[in-house]
Write a protein that binds this ligand. Structure first.
Ligand SMILES: [Fe+2]
Length: 213
């Protein structure tokens, strides 16, 4: 793995998306919002989001080579999630489930108010980054605490591209197949549940894949 990523738990990637790509994906979220296709979820109840918005899926796949290069290892895509955040939203300090081994949080749109993403480094230091449209923070979401304090602006759109290392211990999550199986009714208890419960602490009792992905 990229040593800087491993040593810091994150990598700042300015211009991960071109301005055009960022704008097109932001417009896709606005369009989905206008059609009533976005919903709030338990992690961000004041905001609106969706799982695997198709234009984002296409871009996540298009970026596999770049993300592999940045990671220093081959990666496989798992899923995308994105939200239009509203004023007052807080992202409680947490870690992510196994499908989020190598993740990027990417800014697509913001107003004049910055909203830093915080992450804890392996040495315990807590650092924050401000992202502009197209910029990403690549991070190790399964092992690093990350969070955002209360948002003071009015609207910001973020998308998360999630990957796993193709030769790593979480590779079995490619295309988020365990969740896909759940959605089709092939429900089975996997390590997924245990890991999710450990990462999300207080959300364990209310876990519902439809609400929390
Ligand atoms: Fe997260």
């Amino acid at each position: 793995m990229n040593h800087i990523l491993e040593q810091n738990n994150y990598l700042h990637v300015p211009n991960f998306l071109t301005a055009q790509e960022a704008n097109e994906l932001a417009q896709a979220f606005f369009s989905a919002k206008n059609k009533g296709e976005l919903v709030s979820d338990i992690q961000a109840p004041s905001s609106l989001g969706t799982y695997n918005l198709f234009p984002c899926v296409k871009t996540m796949i298009k970026k596999v080579s770049l993300v592999s290069e940045l990671c220093g290892e081959d990666v496989l895509p798992t899923y995308v999630y994105g939200r239009i955040y509203n004023k007052g939203e807080v992202l409680v300090r947490h870690r992510d489930r196994a499908a989020c081994e190598i993740s990027l949080t990417i800014n697509l749109q913001k107003d004049e108010t910055d909203w830093p993403i915080w992450i804890q480094k392996p040495n315990g230091e807590e650092v924050s980054l401000n992202l502009n449209p197209g910029d990403a923070m690549m991070y190790l979401g399964c092992t690093a605490d990350h969070w955002r304090e209360a948002y003071q602006g009015n609207m910001q759109t973020q998308v998360f591209f999630h990957y796993v290392r193709a030769n790593g211990p979480r590779a079995y999550n490619y295309f988020d197949i365990e969740v896909a199986a759940r959605k089709r009714g092939y429900v089975k208890m996997y390590d997924f549940d245990i890991e999710f419960a450990q990462c999300h602490g207080k959300y364990v009792k209310t876990f519902n894949p439809e609400e929390t992905l």
